[in-house]
Every structure is written in C-alpha cells, then in structure tokens.
Design a protein around this ligand. Sequence first.
Ligand code: N01
Length: 553
Amino acid sequence: MSALPSISPEGRKTYDVVVVGAGFAGMYMLYRLRGAGFSVRVYEQGGGVGGTWYWNRYPGARCDVESMQYSYSFSEELQREWDWSERYAPQPEILKYANHVADRFNLRRDIQFNTRVDRAVFDETANTWTVTTSDGNTMIASFVVLATGCLSNARRPDIKGLESFKGPVYHTGNWPHEVVDFTGLRVGVIGTGSSGIQSVPVIAGQARHLTVFQRTANFSIPARNAPLTDQERQAFRQNYPQIRRFAREVARNGIYTDLPDRGALDDGDERRRAKYEQRWQKGGLTFMYAYNDLALSKAANDTAADFVRGKIAEIVKDPETARLLQPNSHPIGTKRICVDTDYFATFNRDNVALVDIKANPIEEILPNGLRTTAKTYELDALVLATGFDAMTGSVAKIDIRGRNGLTLNRKWAEGPKTYLGLMSTGFPNLFIITGPGSPSVLSNMIVSIEQHVDWIADCLAFMHAKGLSLMEAEKDAEDKWVAHVNEVAHATLYPQANSWYMGANIPGKPRIFMPYIGGVGTYRQICNEIAAKGYEGFAMAANERERAVAVIS
Ligand code: N01
C-alpha cells in the first residue's frame, strides 16, 4: 500500500483504489482512503464535484432533507464552519458546499474531471481491475468503488417527434450551466415528480404561459422553507452529537425527527386530523412520521392520503383542476413523497394550466408544440421532468466484467442482486456505495453514504492488515440478502406503487423493489455485525490461488 500509484510492467498506472464519481460519496471515499494511506484515483464525468447537485440545476431545485442534516458529519470543523442559509438549501448552495469540501480537504488533486469510466474488467490471475476511461487511458486498480449515485442517469422519454421540436428542450436532471430565462415564452413541463413539482412554481413565475402535462398526480407536502437564523444553526450545532447519532442509529430514514408512538387508527378522527395538521404546518418529509403504520396498513395510509387530498381541494380553486391534482393511484409515501413551495397554489395562476395525459396521452411532439389525443398545445420551450433510470442506470452504463467475463448487466438482467448492496457475487473487489439492496434512496443519502464509505474504508484497512487482497460476496449470502430485501419490502405498501423504486418508470426494466426498507439503523447494525464476525458472507483470500484451494477444500 502506498499513497502514490505504481507503474505496472506494461507501463500502466496502478492504484490501490479507483473510485468512479466525485459526488458526495466519491469525495468522502477519497478522503477516507487517502487518510488510510491508499493510492486513489477518482474519475468524474462532470466538470466539477457534487454529483447529482452538479447536474440538477433546474429552477427551484433544492434538497428535501433539511440542510443541517443533509451535510457531512465526519468533520467537526466542517460542521461548525459551514453556515447554511435556509432550512432547505437551494442547489447552488449545496454545490458551493461540495466545492468547499473539495477545497478544504484538498481533494481535487486526486480527481480527474470530464472523464467517464467506460469499462472495468477483472483479471482473475492478477486479482486486479483493468479500468478504461473515456480519454482512452487504461489503468490497474486492486479495488474499484462505484460512487456513481442512485439518481444520476437522467432519462429522456421515448415520445414520438421529440427530436423535431424547434424550441429548446431541457431535462431537469441535466440542466444547462447557463441561466435559462423563460420570460415571455409558452412553456410545457412534462412530469410531476419531485423535479417537476419544484420547478413548476418557479417557471410559472417567469413564463408567459405554462402547461403542466401530468400522467400521475403526486402527493406533496409544503416545505415551509425559510431562512435559518444564527440561533437555529447554533441549536443544531449544540445538539449535533444526539442528532447525528439518532439519524444513524435510530431513525429509519436517517433523519432526526420525533417518532410516532402509535398507529393512525389508535386516534379518533379529531385527534388524528390535528396531528396531520401539525405535521402539515411543520412541513417536509417527516409528515409520514405522524403514525407508525402509514407504510404498513392501507387503512391507516388512507387517513393520511385523504388529509392531503383535502388540503389540495382547499388550496386549488378550480374544482376540476383540484380533482386532477389529487393522487389516487398509489398509497401516500409509496412513491417518493414530494416537498414543495407553492406547487398546488401555482395552479390558481391565470398563466398556468394542467393537462391530464393519463386520460388523453401525448401522441406526438410537434415542431412548435405537443399533441395529445384530445388537443394540440403550442409551445416555445419544453421541460422534461421525467426522472432517472434510478439505482442501476449509472452502473449499467459502464461495461463491467467480472469472473468468466460475466457482465454486471447480464447478471442483473432480472433485477440487481447484491449482498448488503455493497458487493455482487462474481465481481470481486468491486464495491458499490448506496447500491441496490441498501437503504440508499429511502434515507438521508449523506447518512447512508458516510456509513458505506466508513464500512468500505475499514474493510480495506482490515484486509491490508491481514495481508488479504481478494474479497467477494458469497453466493449463498447474496441469495439470502436478496430474499430478505424482497420480504421486507413486500411486508409494506411500497410495492403497490409503480415507482422508480420498482424500476417501473423504465419500459422493460425488471420490477423489483431495489432499496432496502428495513431502516438505516437496523441496516447499520447488520453491516457492523457482519464486519465484527470477520466479514461473514464475504470470501476473503490473500490471492486467487488461495481462494481456489479454499473453494476445493
Ligand atoms: O422523477 P420522477 P423526478 N410521458 O421519476 C413522468 C429525487 N429528487 O426527477 O409517475 C409522460 O419522480 C412521470 O409520470 P409517472 C427524488 O428522490 C429529489 O421528479 O411515471 N410523463 C412522473 O410524473 C425523486 O423521487 C429532489 O406516470 C412521463 C415524472 O415524469 C427522484 O429524484 C428533487 C413520462 C418523473 O418523476 C426523481 O424525481 C428532485 C412520459 N413518457 C428529485 N416519463 C429533492 O431533493 C416519465 N413521466 C427535493
């Protein structure tokens, strides 16, 4: 192990670890591995750090987890010196924070920007990965860590005629770096997930006219965003040890909040309504923590869903528009719940119209508009808020070949299979951060990222200390974990929604519930216990020959 790369006999740079991606996961992975003395190279396809926050620059983009919690906890100094300006920081501020972290910890010297990792092939004789990048270079790595992010592969929908549109077409997940000004334009937004719901109020404030094309109505809770005062920041900082501990060990989703002590039907109508009202007024994702059975019981869930549908009817003046905006296709929370600023009220504006493309689907995009089965709409600009090939999309873009030339895409053709979301059998020495099978997108991502990075860094230090160079998930352990992930998901209401958690937004993608829903605290405990038992369920060896001997005997 050395902090500097060596050169292979073929003249290739050889690193202990290659990390793919310089978002929040890749940056912290680099920090930890460098601190442990490993040689590391990070490749990032964007021109800067920040991952999803580098690409998602659409108007209104901000985090839906409070910034005092959606921030790194690994450095006490960082935690003390960075002042978040609002309860939910806007995207430019989160990106500024990512850049601050990169500078403060001098990370950039080991990151190569504007460079995609195209290929990674495992060499079974040398126990190493041969990694090829988009600039044509090839290097060797003992380990590869995929820090590619869960929501980083923006998906353009296959709508007939899209390429023929004469005006600008933007995707929320791949927004231009220059300012986009919709002033005076007739704009169409397709998609009403978190990105659509955040961008619609801001675009409506600029555009001459905005038409929102909705296929599925979504539940959304007001953010109640506001500037953070010094006092509020101080209160957080003073309580950070408890807040961070709670987020890591107690909360199911990695967010500090007061936990419910009962089910929705344990309260009478009046009390229940008051509780929902209080959560609604407080705002944010923790609305779903009003009761402890909202994700488990349809009858309980209906009470929360009815409450939100009632709020929509109160806010939106036109009854037909209100009816269309009321979600009815899935239990509340089983698609990622949205957090908005004035989304529903935006439909009271004279320059905004809602079009139901479930009833009247889009037939074709025209050079100057869009035609549904019912009507033609003239548009000057189009915004695709149509989401991502989530969780597996970014990994699938890399040609990853493990043992016997098996590609990860082939192995995952019927759905991703991992042990703990961290490794996949047949792909030794390849780690995934917040991969499918881990809590990932069902949690505060930074809490989950830090947990995975710490686990991987500790694991590599353990292997180094023991003289081990090969690690692979055992098939039996992986099969059991995949079954457990499924079993836990199917004990909840989540699989009832056609969500991107299930891969349902991508035609042809297998319908498998991808994230682990058992909660971040439970999951952390499982990972820690496995590590404490000498990485139970992972085969470790000093070299390939030792592994072969172990397998034969
Ligand atoms: O994407 P989505 P997103 N024709 O997949 C519609 C995170 N995030 O970018 O539901 C017509 O949720 C689609 O309709 P339907 C967060 O985890 C976080 O908004 O498939 N419509 C849906 O309405 C979030 O969940 C933040 O029927 C089409 C929309 O497009 C995740 O990212 C902010 C269509 C896509 O919604 C993804 O959110 C933003 C088609 N062909 C995102 N294809 C915060 O932190 C798709 N749609 C706040």
